[in-house]
Structures are given as structure tokens and as C-alpha cells.
Design a protein around this ligand. Structure first.
Ligand SMILES: N[C@@H](CCC(=O)N[C@@H](CS)C(=O)NCC(=O)O)C(=O)O
Length: 381
């Protein structure tokens, strides 16, 4: 099947995951129409199929796909000119998948902090964005009013993400470290793994675009301290490869399955700042699994909740309670599967690299049961 029939993306400009899917559609040169979730088709076709409000959603030829990872896989499989977002060589493949998890799941804390904790700088912009994606014709007063409900709902997520008065300095410090490391990387390479985007870039772009490059406070931080990260965001937003600074560079990942040194610096920060959460999450879930949930039963039984329980993670020298995001585990399985498919020599090389970077947990610390996605929801295998 090709994508001759129309492709519709239900998304919104300020939505983190919509940005990830939209960037892929543009870079893959796919003609698509974007609709807001206030479009009547969302209520009549998408909501009944999925059963809860969520964006982005892709609709194509009677197929409805939710979750950006599945959307990108669907388009890579069915598109006429797939990008090839999964590097074929072992180290780059594993690293790109780890970076997708980090972007999708690990950067929520700075993204949500910089969006919601700077009302003086951000409130006007966010109110207009949220109000107008509910009613694009709303005047400022109505937009402000409409935005009240989603704003309150989103702000409620902050404590569950470990964003508190005590942790804010550490969240800002680690985000500034990341910006500096990425800035040094993008001086040498247009994309994370070289001359073309991979799943790593799409994962990281979600939070780095919608929240951290678009909302006024973090946008200014990025523009005034990490110019090349801003340029990469702009590059990921463009429909072409947009890399005039790198003339002559092949449109391919770095040769020889190499991981650039500048990316290793970024990856060590991932190992420092996110790997402990992966370990704590897996430990918690393995404890939870001792109660023996039935195969096929939903991971989250209370549909109003997004997390499975509470875990404690280190943030700087603090131990901070946060929600256990089971979805991270579904994403991690993709790293596990890619690793398990490698031959012994490749596994050994990947292991050496993971150890150097402090990333072993992403491959070797695993839950005792798998999670499947069935009808847009996670269930125990
Ligand atoms: N992992 C999903 C996450 C989708 C998601 O959480 N989308 C947000 C908007 S950016 C949403 O719809 N949130 C509504 C909610 O969780 O109630 C993906 O990659 O698509």
C-alpha cells in the first residue's frame, strides 16, 4: 500500500508529541492534512475508536494509528520514500532507540517545568495556544477562558513528574548541561547521528520543539545560550535536510557505526540523569508483577490515571517521588528487541559502549513481563 489516499494528522501546535509526528511527515515528504482535535472528524471517528482524548493521531485509508512511535513505523512501512529512521548498524541502532526513549519520556520534566512555572513570561502565549486550538476563532478573552481547563489539568501533572520548589534548581541545572552538550554536538553534526535524522532526532525534537523552543521562557534560554540547538530545532522543522553549514556531508549517518564523541557527552548525561529512573521503574514494576496480573489485562486499570504507582528517583542529591510511567517500559522493549536480535560480537561491542556511557540499564535491566499495545492501550503480555 502506498500513501496515495489522504493522510490526516490530528494534532496541535503546542503539543509535544504532535511535533514529533509532524516533523517525520515533513521530512519524509508525505502530503498530509493537519486537523485540530476540535475538528468534527476527531469527535465522530477518532474519539470513539481510541476511547480517550489523545493527540497526535494519524488517519489513513481507514486505519487509525495512535502513538508517535507506531505512527512513524506505519509511515516507514507504508510510505513511498521512507527515511530509514532506524540505523542498520548495531551501536547506532541501539543508541538511536535509547535517545528516542529519552526524548519521549525522559525530557518531560524540563519541558513541563519551563512551560508551566514561568507564568509571567509564558502565560499569554500558552493561553492563546491552548484556547485557540479548542476554538481557532476565539478572541483573546474567550481563548483565555477556554484555556483554563486544559491548563489546570496539565499543571496537575507537575508534582507527579517530581517538579517541586526543591527540585527546580536541579532540573534547570541538568537541562542547561544538556543544552551545552547538544550545542557542542550540533557544531560538528547537523543531526544526532550525522548527516540525516534518525528516530533519535524525532524523539528528542518533541520536547525540544513544542515546549523548549516555542514557549517564551525556554525559547529565550535556548536562543541566548545554545544557538546551534535552536538551529537543529529549526532544521528538524524544515521539510528538507536543511544543512547548508555542512556542505558536502553525505545524507547518511556517521560512517563505520561510529558514535561521535560529542554525542557521547550527551549520552553520558542521559546515563546520569535518566538511567536511574529506568532502573527504579523496572524494580517497581517487577514488584508489581508479583501480584500476577492476568495476560491481556490492562496495565492501568483506572482509566483516569496515567501512571501505575509511585517510585522514588534521585534528582541531584534528593530522593524524589514520581509517577511510574509504564509507557517508558513499552518503549524500552524496542531497545531490548533490537539488542536481542544482534549477534554475539555486536552485543559485546554494544555492551562496552553502554558501560562507557552509563547506559546499561536501558538494555540489561528488564521487567519480568512484556507490555503489548492492543486497541490503543497497554496490556500485560
Ligand atoms: N506516547 C504518546 C503520547 C501522546 C500524548 O501523551 N499526547 C498528549 C499531548 S502532547 C496528550 O494527548 N495528552 C492528553 C492526556 O494525556 O490526557 C505518543 O507518542 O503519541
Amino acid at each position: 500500500m502506498s500513501l496515495k489516499t489522504p493522510v490526516t494528522l490530528y494534532g496541535a501546535p503546542p503539543s509535544l508529541y504532535s511535533g514529533k509526528a509532524r516533523s517525520y511527515l515533513r521530512k519524509a515528504g508525505i502530503d498530509y492534512i493537519e486537523r485540530l482535535q476540535c475538528h468534527p472528524d476527531y469527535a465522530s471517528r477518532i474519539l470513539p475508536a481510541i476511547g480517550r482524548f489523545v493527540i497526535p493521531v494519524l488517519e489513513h485509508d481507514q486505519t487509525i494509528v495512535q502513538d508517535t512511535t507506531e505512527i512513524i513505523d506505519y509511515l516507514e512501512e507504508n510510505g513511498d520514500a521512507p527515511i530509514g529512521v532506524y540505523p542498520e548498524t548495531p551501536k547506532q541502532k541501539i543508541i538511536s532507540l535509547i535517545l528516542e526513549v529519552f526524548g519521549d519520556e525522559g525530557l518531560l520534566r524540563p519541558a513541563m517545568h519551563y512551560r508551566w512555572n514561568f507564568p509571567e513570561e509564558n502565560d499569554y502565549f500558552i493561553s492563546m495556544e491552548f484556547g485557540r486550538f479548542m476554538n481557532p476563532q476565539a478572541d483573546d478573552d474567550e481563548a483565555r477562558q477556554l484555556a483554563g481547563m486544559p491548563k489546570a489539568a496539565m499543571q496537575k501533572y507537575l508534582p507527579g513528574l517530581g517538579i517541586t520548589e526543591d527540585t527546580i534548581p536541579e532540573i534547570e541545572r541538568t537541562y542547561e548541561d544538556l543544552l551545552a552538550a547538544l550545542d557542542a554536538h550540533f557544531l560538528k553534526h547537523p543531526y544526532l547521528l550525522g548527516g540525516k535524522p534518525t528516530i533519535a532526532d524525532f524523539g528528542l525534537y518533541g520536547p525540544m520543539y513544542a515546549h523548549l523552543a516555542r514557549d517564551p521562557k525556554p525559547e529565550m534560554l535556548m536562543k541566548t545560550t545554545a544557538n546551534r540547538v535552536w538551529r537543529w530545532v529549526e532544521r528538524m522543522t524544515a521539510p528538507d535536510l536543511d544543512k547548508p553549514e555542512f556542505s558536502g556531508l553525505p545524507d547518511a549517518t556517521v560512517a563505520g557505526d561510529a558514535i561521535p564523541d560529542t554525542l557521547k557527552t550527551v549520552l553520558k548525561l542521559v546515563g546520569r540523569d535518566h538511567a536511574p529512573e529506568v532502573t527504579a521503574l523496572v524494580d517497581f514494576v517487577n514488584g508489581h508483577l508479583e501480584s500476577g496480573p492476568e495476560a491481556g489485562s490492562p496495565v492501568i486499570t483506572d482509566a483516569t490515571r496515567r501512571v501505575l504507582g509511585r517510585i522514588t528517583i534521585p534528582v541531584g542529591d534528593m530522593e524524589v517521588p514520581v509517577g511510574a510511567r509504564h509507557f517508558t517500559l513499552w518503549m524500552l522493549q524496542r531497545v531490548h528487541d533490537a539488542y536481542d536480535a544482534l549477534g554475539d560480537n555486536d552485543k559485546a561491542e554494544v555492551d562496552t559502549l553502554l558501560e562507557e556511557l552509563g547506559l546499561e540499564a536501558y538494555v540489561h535491566h528488564r521487567p519480568s513481563r512484556r507490555i503489548k499495545r492492543v486497541n490503543y492501550a497497554e496490556v500485560w503480555a
